[in-house]
Ligand binder design. Structure first.
Ligand SMILES: [Zn+2]
Length: 265
């Protein structure tokens, strides 16, 4: 992952965007916005107690940095499920998608940015260069356990004929295992679903485990056929890097949201 900048926006950019000039992809940091503490400053999530005008201003700043109008940034109502919004025809009015409940967006359409909002959950970006398909997926523990990653890859495969072997993936900044402690219901969700519980969990006390969500993402991507060398991951975790990222757990829920974003130009 490389550190990049566009106007006021500093963001982390997957290494694989090199050589793909028409593609925009990255993970915003908390810098460059107007929100006040504890949402300072580039809070991009409407679902917080931050002032709506500030969030709108921040989203406009992000859009401007990539030569977009605010209505060209599409996020959906994330609900920790596994539904994905698929956009495969020309649709200039994105506004009716805003209230859709989904935890990922997949499209082959150009000229608008898709994104997922996070503060500890993992933002996952996917891209198939030859087929011109991009995806932004919100992966919390529920989504990881319920198999949202396999579902996204399968949708790209079935609907857009993307060979997983050629899919590029970026696992964005999320909470590190050392601060992500869970209990039995989470273990049961993983054990009954997907997510490689044995590989990603370490028991730290009776009935409590630390879970490596980023590792779960990587293992699930590889199982779905994505090549290890095509996966770029963020090393820094959200909880330990207060200067860079919002973290729900670190700040007891009183925090902003960063964005994992991708766009075909
Ligand atoms: Zn940490």
């Amino acid at each position: 992952m490389k550190k990049s900048r566009a106007a006021k926006i500093s963001y982390l950019e997957p290494e694989w965007t090199t050589g793909l000039p028409r593609l925009t992809a990255g993970f915003s940091t908390r810098h460059g916005g107007v929100s006040r503490a504890p949402y300072n400053s580039l809070n991009l999530g409407f679902g917080t107690d931050d002032l709506r005008a500030h969030v709108e201003g921040n989203r406009a700043t992000l859009c401007r940095a990539f030569n977009l109008q605010p209505h060209q940034l599409l996020t959906v109502k994330q609900v920790h499920g596994t539904d994905l919004l698929l956009i495969d025809d020309e649709n200039l009015d994105l506004s009716h998608f805003l209230s859709i409940e989904a935890d990922g967006i997949i499209t082959n359409q150009r000229g608008f940015m898709i994104g997922v909002l996070v503060a500890d959950c993992i933002p996952l970006l996917l891209h198939h260069p030859a087929k011109g398909v991009v995806a932004a997926i919100h992966v919390g523990w529920r989504g990881a356990a319920a198999g949202i990653i396999a579902r996204a890859i399968e949708t790209m495969k079935v609907h857009f004929h993307c060979d997983p072997d050629e899919i590029l993936a970026a696992v964005g900044p999320g909470i590190g295992a050392h601060r992500f402690e869970v209990d039995r219901p989470v273990r049961e969700a993983f054990r009954n679903g997907s997510g490689f519980w044995n590989q990603i969990s370490t028991e730290v006390s009776l009935g409590h485990w630390q879970v490596d969500l980023a590792l779960s993402c990587c293992l699930q991507l590889e199982t779905a056929g994505v090549r290890t060398e095509n996966i770029d991951s963020v090393a820094e975790c959200t909880c330990c890097h207060q200067e860079l990222f919002f973290s729900y757990r670190r700040d007891d829920g009183q925090t902003g949201r960063q964005l994992g974003f991708v766009m075909l130009g």
